[in-house]
Ligand binder design. Sequence first.
Ligand SMILES: Nc1ncnc2c1ncn2[C@@H]1O[C@H](COP(=O)(O)OP(=O)(O)OP(=O)(O)O)[C@@H](O)[C@H]1O
Length: 255
Amino acid sequence: MMSIEPGTDGFVVIDEASFRYGAEPPIVDRVDWAIPRGAFHCLVGRSGSGKTTLLKLAAGLLAPDQGSVRIDGVALTGPVSRIGFVFQQPTLLDWLSVLDNVLLPVSLKRRPTAQDRDEARALLDRVGLGAYGERHPGQLSGGQQSRVAVARALITEPDLLLLDEPFAALDALTREELQDDLLALCALHATTVLFVTHDITEAVYLADRVAIMASGRLHHDLPIDLPRPRRREMRYAQPFNALCLALRQAMDEAP
Ligand SMILES: Nc1ncnc2c1ncn2[C@@H]1O[C@H](COP(=O)(O)OP(=O)(O)OP(=O)(O)O)[C@@H](O)[C@H]1O
């Protein structure tokens, strides 16, 4: 088992963080992790290994019982607006138009301006939904709803984007398209990303670094040295498959 150093230069620094729900054993157990500014990190692990709980600690939605989470050197004491979150379910509001759903994080703080609306339209354009702004979420497919959720998370140009299996419910082709959309948008804004997934190939395609979570601990981490921008054909080449195999073997060895 390797120990993972938090480092001092991370934009996100998780330092010896532990969390338990009530009297249960710790669900997140002394986790150290650091994400440099602008990096894309993935967390993989079996169901119930504590990934979502760790993501909630990184978002300030839960507070660690021990240890700390720092964003840009400042200890996190609650949810902050510079963090965007995309959940497994798109969680859109069906009584609002698609455009107003994208604008929601802005509307919660102030009345959106014409410029905000232009930015929301531009984001919808970038995720291929430029023509769908006036529709309601119930009139969109699952993949289109996930695109809206990604656009909504990016409207405030967050420094840090946290995603919890956002594409898990989608078919393989739609998922690949959304992975490309997400990478392009994050590269454009140099967004720092922590992405949780069950899917080893998804993690290898997206990430600069992948960590494996098992029983609340980070057991292994793997740098992904594939060139950027990532291209679809890389998925079928030997280096990609070798990385997937290495991750798979590391997951099998984790307790
Ligand atoms: N609010 C809660 N109260 C009590 N236990 C919880 C709560 N939320 C999660 N747990 C427990 O914590 C453990 C880890 O859950 P978590 O959602 O972090 O795992 P996960 O790795 O994200 O799983 P999945 O991949 O299935 O989403 C599970 O055993 C779960 O039952």
